[in-house]
Design a protein around this ligand. Structure first.
Ligand SMILES: [Fe+2]
Length: 451
């Protein structure tokens, strides 16, 4: 384990910036690192204070409906065109993008992997990204990719942005710092972060090695699911999301900016840090969220609701109710249902389900799904509790029971997920996973009244 804290952003007065946050999700934030840096009452004054340049970052089309329209105005030392020069294509071999169908890897199947182990190789956010599955097509801005990250090294004078996607980051081990154009976000296990498409950042390791999961969303942005009859409260509440306050650095050192664009990676050399936004306002911003703030809703008399009841975030696909991605959380909760098989039921689904374990034990699979593991139940492939979970739940004395010390999640997409070569050939695939259902017995007995 290594502790690093190499370079929080530095203010003009030389003081180190520590993360500070503003509450909300998708609301209109405003923040300035220097007094008076943010224009009031207008976006484009003839001259900005402190000699700053005004620049808009558009996260949606100009004409997107107003409840979905997202953009942020930045007041920065240099406009972004100065953070860009000639591009050179580079190889980032383990970060794959859809479409990516590997001929000799079979995606049809129920799969589970042990935690991908760390190695001695120093790995950054870029080189440590291991794509497990891809779905859809980045060129038409639909679909997603799921990744495991293994990060041991901070990015130094090196920056990144994805033009392809917004990234949902789910740490499982270690602590990371995202120094972004719009401010600093620190995250650790139990928290998540959303990094919008086009946002420049570098990733530092605060405590390593760091491992976690990433869902790369090629499509429409994540939003909070509608609660319907649940009403105005519970599940994820907007106020519990945190956007960073403005922080910048005025540092002239040789630097590298890498851009992911239609699945290819390109590098450009610049002479300064691009993290030079002194003030900003708008609703297109990175956020973090503490999953322990998620308030689960569930059955209080009988039966087991669909897992969509636990949706934290949803990224729409254009077909109502059919998500490009749902991010679903299985956390600590009480089980109180009467005369009910309480674990998740047996299932076959048009959606594809990628699950990961953050900590503890998952109720449908008590064994073989250690923290850091992932499983994939692809489009229309059956799955459900293993024999032990079935027998235990079928014969349990149904008192109120707390599922404690448990946090798993699902990236669920309307698209079939294709395994990468890494997932099929290098990652620690559990060959015997499907055997967990082998011992399920035929119990049928045609005698009337028999259970
Ligand atoms: Fe399922």
């Amino acid at each position: 384990m290594k502790d690093m804290d190499i370079s929080p952003l530095v203010q003009a007065d030389g003081k180190t910036t520590t993360p500070g946050y503003m509450p909300g999700f998708g609301n209109d934030y405003e923040t300035e690192a220097l007094p008076g840096a943010l224009p009031q009452g207008m976006n484009s004054p003839q001259k900005c204070n402190y000699g700053l340049y005004g620049e808009q970052l558009s996260g949606t089309a100009f004409t997107a409906p107003s409840h979905q329209n997202e953009r942020t105005w930045c007041y920065r030392i240099r406009p972004s065109v100065k953070h860009s020069h000639r591009y050179e294509k580079i190889d980032v071999p383990y970060w794959k993008t859809a479409p990516n169908v590997v001929e000799d890897v079979t995606s049809l199947g129920q799969y589970r992997w042990d935690p991908v182990p760390h190695t001695d190789e120093p790995l950054t956010w870029l080189t440590g990204m291991r794509t497990m599955t891809t779905a859809g097509d980045v060129n038409t801005q639909v679909g997603m990719a799921s990744h495991i990250y293994l990060v041991t090294e901070s990015m130094v004078d090196s920056y990144f942005y994805s033009a392809d996607s917004e990234l949902l980051v789910v740490p499982q081990e270690g602590r990371l710092r995202f120094c972004t154009e719009l401010g600093v976000i620190d995250i650790e296990p139990k928290e998540i972060a959303i990094l919008p498409r086009g946002l420049v950042y570098r990733v530092e390791v605060l405590e390593g090695p760091a491992r976690g999961f990433v869902c790369e969303n090629y499509g429409q942005k994540y939003e909070l699911p509608g609660r319907g009859p649940i009403g105005a409260n519970c599940m994820a509440n907007r106020r519990d999301f945190k956007a960073p306050v403005a922080a910048f650095e005025d540092r002239e050192v040789p630097s590298t900016l890498t851009i992911k664009w239609c699945g290819q990676f390109h590098e450009t050399k610049i002479g300064h840090s691009p993290l030079d936004v002194v003030a900003w306002h708008g609703n297109y911003a990175p956020v973090k969220y503490d999953l322990s703030d998620y308030c689960p809703i569930g059955a209080i008399l009988f039966d087991h609701p669909d897992p969509s009841i636990f949706t934290v975030l949803t990224a729409p696909s254009g077909v109502p109710g059919t998500a490009n991605i749902d991010f679903v959380l299985f956390r600590e909760r009480w089980m109180t249902m009467e005369d009910t098989f309480r674990p998740p039921w047996y299932h076959k689904n048009v959606m594809s389900e990628m699950m990961g374990n953050i900590y503890g034990q998952y109720d449908a699979k008590p064994d073989g799904f250690a923290p850091g593991s992932i499983s994939l139940h692809n489009m229309m492939l059956p799955h459900g509790p293993d024999r032990n979970a079935f027998e235990g739940a079928s014969n349990a004395d149904l008192k109120p029971e707390k599922l404690d010390n448990t946090m798993s999640f699902m990236f669920e997409t309307r698209f079939p997920q294709h395994l990468t070569e890494f997932a099929g050939k290098e990652a620690p695939l559990q060959d015997n996973y499907i055997d967990c259902w082998a011992d399920l017995e035929k119990k049928f007995d045609g005698t009337p009244g028999k259970k």
